[in-house]
Design a protein around this ligand. Structure first.
Ligand code: SAM
Length: 285
């Protein structure tokens, strides 16, 4: 059944509140009818970059008042925006895609909800979901990991921690870092099926699948341009979260039993002391 939020006729002002508005991730045709309607009728558009959003609005033939809002905005600026939400309709957009998804807005939404004002969402394009639909990897469960850390050690830790889940992992990635991340995956999650979804919805959209080594070879020869979603297929059945021996053995190759136990406890949620006892057994076996 399709439900519609009661909406005022186009000529009437919008209900006061915060409207979280998804915008396209490349193809401007992906803006929704509802997003256009709200952007046309709102009193203020809160955006990361007035130049980027200004271009979208001008493409849509909309001249709206804009105010910059991002993660660097002060508490005071956020409080002012909440006042604007009390007084009128404020649309929150990011440069592209769904606000709050690896983009600013979480604190604003939290404060708006706490202030008791209307907060509503207008879903639309999101690169993570677009990548998942294109990758052909299992999608009954997926885990969005945002951007992988830039530093090698932290990146390895995240891959080890999330890699034990029976879910397809989704990360945002940049062209210059792709091969480094693929190398890390080759080391930490060997043999997994991977998909690199690039320039989604744009002219040069592509999705290339394979294991890490195949993709490393390709992207070393053809350095990738543009925006990327990196997807990693789920842990194979034999890496059972309930059976941490495989993880402990891997960890013991690089670290002490105590550190290995701490790492596997973090990754699996299992008892650290029991894991430590098992790590010592494995080490001395
Ligand atoms: N909020 C956005 C969303 O809903 O997808 C994501 C914002 S995040 C700052 C930007 C990252 O999203 C890019 O670095 C890239 O990893 C991914 N991304 C955005 N647009 C994309 C596209 N057209 N194709 C592939 N990845 C994209």
């Amino acid at each position: 059944m399709i439900e519609t939020r009661p909406k005022s006729p186009v000529s009437e002002p919008l209900e006061q509140g915060l409207y979280i508005v998804a915008t396209p991730i490349g193809n401007l045709g992906d803006i929704t009818l509802r997003a256009v309607d709200i952007l046309q009728r709102c009193d203020l558009v809160a955006c990361e970059d007035t130049r980027v959003t200004g271009k979208l609005l001008s493409h849509l033939g909309i001249s709206a008042k804009m105010r910059r809002y991002d993660d660097h905005s002060s508490d005071g600026q956020r409080a002012e925006l909440i006042e604007a939400v009390r007084a009128g309709a404020v649309a929150l957009v990011s440069d592209a895609g769904t606000p709050l998804i690896s983009d600013p807005g979480a604190r604003l939404v939290r404060d708006a909800r706490e202030a008791g004002v209307v907060v509503t969402t207008l879903p639309g394009a999101c690169a993570a979901i677009a990548g998942l639909t294109l990758a052909g990897l299992p999608n009954d469960r997926f885990l969005f990991g945002g951007f992988l850390p830039v530093k090698e050690k932290a990146r390895g830790e995240v891959l080890r921690e999330l890699g034990v889940t029976k879910a397809t992992l989704i990360f945002y990635e940049t062209g210059p870092r792709l091969v480094k991340s693929l190398n890390a995956i080759a080391g930490e999650l060997a043999g997994r099926q991977i998909a690199v979804a690039r320039e989604l919805t744009k002219l040069h959209e592509e999705c290339r699948s394979g294991i890490a080594e195949e993709l490393i070879e390709h992207y070393t020869e053809h350095p990738p341009k543009g925006e990327i979603v990196l997807l990693i297929g789920p842990a194979p059945e034999d890496v059972a979260v309930g059976d941490p021996d495989i993880l402990l053995r891997e960890a013991l190759e690089e670290m002490s039993p105590s550190k290995a136990a701490a790492q596997v406890a973090k990754a699996t949620g299992q008892d650290r002391k029991a894991l430590y006892a098992r790590a010592v057994e494995l080490k001395t076996a």
